[in-house]
Write a protein that binds this ligand. Structure first.
Ligand SMILES: NC(=O)c1ccc[n+]([C@@H]2O[C@H](COP(=O)([O-])OP(=O)(O)OC[C@H]3O[C@@H](n4cnc5c(N)ncnc54)[C@H](OP(=O)(O)O)[C@@H]3O)[C@@H](O)[C@H]2O)c1
Length: 286
């Protein structure tokens, strides 16, 4: 059936209702892995279209749901999770000065705290087995900042930092930690970001309201919003390597912007890098 380069693994993926998570569940199952997909919304689990891939409810914002979801996942695949793809997250757009404390907290709850809590619940069984793969879906915005993305940038920079720390602490345990760093990918991300923006940013009363109007127009356009946008498969190929390879990489840049920003960040001064990033975001207006 597959060109599996490693034994089939019991794999848990978060955030499978759309986009990268859903495609990862499909592609990893096609390769023969024992995949369990987790989704936040029980109605999405009820409508989950892949009968051969078990699906469980797991909301990263809710510690009880994380525990119950993990328990159901272990039961569904018949044993402890061997590979975890921490994918579930959302983007909260908005200038830093327009972020309410609760808005920033909610972003960190989902993208960082829930993800770390789930990971920590799984590590003991990985330690006992002497094997584990923890794959974090970070972002180009975990590598470089962009204007009007502060909450999301904070969550992904924090994910990068805590993952680097965890990798050091897991040295010799047989557990590898990898960061996937996608740039723009076709998915439900933009629509979800727009919802979060409209729900949580009082943009009409912001000093940035004109820039926000242009951003809203961009978010509402169909088709790829940014150059170099790739399909979810580009991300999943790196996830497959991180799970199956004997020597998974610590970092997997995915798109041209991620490679470019990572290199430029090493070469340029912070001020020069700021100018590049401002140009990349249309002077902070995109
Ligand atoms: N698309 C991009 O351009 C891009 C670029 C870089 C990195 N990424 C990263 O890729 C990952 C997947 O995003 P995507 O592009 O596939 O976007 P997506 O289609 O919006 O998928 C995000 C998934 O995360 C889930 N999620 C959100 N809040 C959650 C919570 N509290 N608990 C559990 N799951 C939750 C969503 O569930 P609901 O449907 O219930 O909201 C959805 O299934 C994210 O980590 C994102 O930061 C995406």
């Amino acid at each position: 059936m597959s060109d599996l380069a490693a034994p089939p693994r019991r794999v848990l993926i978060t955030g499978c209702s759309s986009g990268i998570g859903r495609r990862a569940a499909e592609m990893l199952a096609e390769r023969g892995h024992h995949v369990v997909a987790s989704l936040r919304d029980p109605s999405d689990v009820a409508e989950w279209p892949h009968g051969h891939i078990p699906a469980v409810v797991l909301d990263l914002d809710d510690p009880a749901s994380i525990r119950a979801g993990l328990g159901a996942a272990v039961e569904a695949v018949g044993g402890p999770i061997e590979a975890l793809f921490n994918n579930g997250a959302y983007g909260q757009p908005g200038a830093v000065e327009d972020l309410k404390r609760d808005t920033l907290r909610a972003q960190l709850e989902t993208n960082l705290l829930g993800t770390v809590e789930l990971t920590n619940l799984i590590i003991p069984s990985m330690r006992a087995a002497g094997f584990g793969r923890i794959v974090q879906n970070s972002s180009v915005l975990g590598v470089s900042a962009l204007a009007f993305r502060g909450a999301y940038v904070a969550s992904k920079f924090a994910l990068e930092g805590i993952s680097d720390t965890l990798r050091l602490e897991l040295t010799g345990s047989g557990i590898d930690v990898s960061l996937i760093e996608p740039g723009p990918i076709t998915s439900g991300f933009r629509a979800n970001a727009q919802r979060a923006f409209e729900a949580n940013i009082d943009w009409q009363h912001s000093v940035h309201h004109e820039a926000y109007e242009r951003q809203l127009a961009r978010l509402k356009t169909a088709g790829p919003a940014a150059p170099f946008t790739l399909p979810p498969e580009a991300v999943v190929r790196r996830v497959i390597h991180a799970i199956e390879s004997r020597r998974p990489k610590a970092r997997y840049p995915v798109t041209v912007p991620t490679y470019l920003f990572a290199v430029l960040k090493r070469l340029l001064t912070t001020r020069a890098m700021d100018r590049v990033l401002m140009r990349a975001s249309g002077g902070g207006k995109r």
